[in-house]
Design a protein around this ligand. Structure first.
Ligand code: 6GU
Length: 244
């Protein structure tokens, strides 16, 4: 079975605890489909104060996370190994940073099939560049803005990836039909009551005509994508748009 193990290196493992205890993610973990291993970076510190950062060489504001402590933390992961040939990590080591490549649904699909990967959450001003050079295989960002640490981004990645593991979603179809899975935004959805503050649910959805409903939803998805995210339309085949 296609299960997934995600290791997280963080100085704040507690931030993940409630996140992992709710909803789809909790179910995925309870079913053994997703395994999240939190690794407290501070446990690998070399002094009794648990020092994980230090002042930057050359001066400047802020602190830098120590490469030696990060490397020691990484090496506590049992499956972490360097390849014999090129000394590169065999399990992907992903550093979450605004400098990374944008994380998107395609990246989520790819990671959901990786079997195992390691997320490194930075804090403070930066992490020592030598750790990145020696141990990071990939850098990912969740958008062009700055978070106080990689933890929020790691949660976004874990959530997006976990829901793609077969068996995690109650009805796997609903995962496959998500926004972005086909490159389009989702269509509008409605539930009871039929009339809410004078607004009626579109007739086609009450028609019982499944073919017509399917066609309407596809068209609404395309309309919405063109209106709200025209940039996404470039990735969708032109003939899909000819219908509207
Ligand atoms: Cl991955 N990390 C941090 N610290 N800030 C971010 C980010 C990641 N993605 C966007 N902003």
């Amino acid at each position: 079975m296609n299960s997934l193990t995600i290791h997280v290196l963080t100085i704040f493992p507690g931030m993940f605890e409630s996140f992992l205890r709710f909803g789809i993610l909790k179910r995925a973990i309870d079913k053994g489909l997703v395994n999240v291993c939190l690794q407290a970076i501070r446990d690998s510190a070399f002094d009794r104060h648990g020092t994980v950062d230090d002042t930057p060489y050359g001066g400047g504001a802020g602190m830098v996370m120590k490469a030696d402590v990060l490397a020691a933390s990484l090496k506590t992961i049992e499956s972490f190994r360097l390849g014999k040939r090129d000394n590169a990590p065999l399990v992907p080591v992903i550093y979450l940073t605004p400098q990374g490549k944008h994380f998107d649904q395609q990246a989520a699909n790819r990671l959901s099939m990786a079997g195992e990967f390691i997320l490194v959450c930075g804090r403070y001003r930066a992490i020592d560049e030598r750790f990145v050079e020696l141990y990071v295989t990939e850098e990912l960002s969740i958008g062009d803005f700055v978070l106080s640490g990689g933890e929020g981004a790691a949660m976004a990645v874990i959530d997006a990836v976990a829901r793609l593991i077969p068996g995690v979603m109650q009805d796997f179809e609903s995962g496959m039909e998500d926004s972005f899975q086909d490159g389009l935004l989702d269509c509008p959805w409605y539930t009871r009551p039929e009339i809410f503050e004078n607004l009626k649910v579109p007739d086609v959805l009450l028609s019982g005509n499944h073919a017509a409903i399917k066609k309407w939803r596809r068209e609404e998805s395309m309309k919405r994508t063109r209106l709200k995210r025209p940039d996404l339309c470039e990735n969708v085949k032109e003939n899909d748009f000819e219908q509207i």
